[in-house]
Structure formats: structure tokens, C-alpha cells
Design a protein around this ligand. Sequence first.
Ligand code: FEO
Length: 397
Amino acid sequence: MRTSKKLTDKVTWVGKVDWELQTFHGHEFSTRRGSSYNSYLIRDEKVVLIDTVWLPYDREFVEHLRDEIDLKAIDYIVIQHAEIDHGGALLELMREIPDTPIYCTKNGERIIRGHFHQDWNFVTVKTGDTLDIGQSQLVFVEAPMLHWPDTMFTYMTGENILFSNDAFGQHYATESLYNDAVDQCELFAEAMKYYANILTPFSALVKKKINEVLAMELPVDLICTSHGVIWRDNPSQIIHKYLEWADDYQENQITIIYDTMWNSTRLMAEAIAAGIQDEDPEVTVKVLHAAKYDKNDIVTEIFKSKAILAGSSTVNNRYLSAMGGLLEMVKGLRFKKKKAAAFGSYGWSGEAVKLLSEDLAAAGFTVVGEGQRVLWVPDEAALQACREFGRSFVRSL
Ligand code: FEO
């Protein structure tokens, strides 16, 4: 069965839409709207395959590709990024066409060799290198650490297509293919979640690379990503979103994230939220239970926030494990220009607030004050103190 979709006279989408995917990167990234692994077949005087699909779909990918074209007619394979959601079908494909040159960066060759342990015909490229394929030319642009050392973009002249690999992508399954053919709220929510959870640590490089590509003044009619939609309608809109997101993005939002054993810390969280609203009725306040709310959605809410409050009861002289897992992720994401404070209830030793404050500082937040603690269950006076804590937190921003 042929599942390909023609984009232009020369370019056909030959990827895989994965409606079933629930988590990505193992269990690090929730993908409740599935994903896609976009692969593209270019037919000019030469035939080029750009990227493949995730490893579990390697056989069906190769079978579908065979329905589309005689595999032996493929002159070149371009692997823009070796992670197995894009390079995963190489082993299966190269069984059929073992001598076909694989164009990739130097790091790409190293990583593909590390994954598959095969001595394939690698041709390494760097920024500015070109490949003549007939009427069009492919121009390669290295994009290291966006988000792996091997990542590169490929620009196709004539058709004015930027193949951007992971950049500008979303984990978003759709049969519609194009950005203007899907629900815009879903699309931008997934694009932001993808940026917040994957690209945040590389924001400085994102800005630099985008400005470098913009300076090339290449006409871009399509941005063909490796996940989710192809940007056809006003493709520069996602480029400008990325520039906005890469610039230490924040909205007028404060997010309270907590975990609680017997609800005392929850009562504190709600009182703090009320205090924030007393002081600034315009600010968006969200109160999220770290053990119940999706961790990647929490990360996206942190991404949108100008400040956060982290709360936990004390257990075994530490804070609760859901907050521990979350802060471990947040540390790696290296958010900038955000403020934070800690709070929590305790029964005897009460270390959680101090430890949370230290770890928030280690994660790059500017920690405001010593935090707020409540012994056992908060009474009305303690709740009023939490409310005032919320008010003073807003005043400190
Ligand atoms: Fe979509 Fe970094 O792989």
C-alpha cells in the first residue's frame, strides 16, 4: 500500500505517522497526540532520500518506499540527524542498497557508526557544501546541538524548501500534513511543548543559527520538519516564534508546583495562589500537583512563567520524589531570567524548603527569600501567612 504524499513535482513525503506513540525518548517526553517521522524523496535528475523513520517502523518504511520507487534508483541518502527516530531504518534500507552514499556531518558519521557498526559509504559535509542533483542543488547547513552534535539542515534550491529536521517540529500526528490544515491551538501547544522540553538548553544556539540562516536570504516556500506538520502557510511564522521562545521567553504567569503527603502543602499552595491574585489580579496563576500532572506539561508551564513556587512536605529529611524528578529535568533545561521560592509543611526536621531553595538556585532560578514553612497542618493564621507570602512574592518580582 502506498502511503506517500506529493508535496511538489519533485518532492514526496514518504514518512510514517505514528498515532499510537505515547512517550518519546524512552519515557522522558509524553506524546499524547502521537508524532510523525517525516522522510522525503526528491526526484530530480538524481534521486535523494532525506532521513528515514523510527526503528520499529523500518520494514514498513522500506516496503512503502519500494512501492514508491525502485530502491536501486536512489542515488543519495541524506541523514540530517542520526537519532533513531530518523536514522532508524538505515540498516533495513542499506541491506537493499548497500553502496549508496550517505551524506551527513562528520559527527553524523561518527554517531551512525556508533549505532549500526557498519562501514557504509559515508560522505561528510559541512556548512556551505552543495550537492548538484539536476535542476536543483542541495545546500547543507550544520546546526550542531540543535539538538545533537550531528544535526544539520538541508536547503533545496529551485523548490525553496528548507529541510529542518527536528527544528520547528512537533510531536503531533496528523494526516493533514500542512500547518494550515490542522487545529492551530493544538499545533502551537505541541510546538511550544517540543521547544520547552527539548530545545530550551540550546536557546543561544537557536538564535545564532536562525540569524545565520536568515542572513543567507534564502527564499523559503516550505519548511519540511522531521516531526509533525510541514510549514506551508507563512512558514516564517514558526521561525519568528522560535526567535521569541529562544529569547528567555516568559508570559505574565506564575506557576506553583508542589507535592504533598497529607494535603498541608496543598493548602499552602492554594493560599499562596490566593495571595498572588490579591496582589496582581492580572497574573495567570497555575497550581500543579507534581505527582499527578504530566511532567512535560509542567515544564511547558515553567517555560511560560516569569516565576515559580516549588512546594513539598519533608520526608526522610528530603523533599518528595515527584519534585525531585521534576527538578532534575528542570536543572538540565537551564531556564534563565526566572524567579522562584520554596514552601512546604513539615512535622519535625523540616529540611524540604531549604533543599528546594538550594536546588532551584542550582537550576538557575533567582531564589527570593527563605521560603515559607508550616508546622503540621496550617491553621487560619498559617494560611493567612501563606497568603501574605504569595503577596510579597509578587511584590519582589
Ligand atoms: Fe527527532 Fe533528535 O530526533
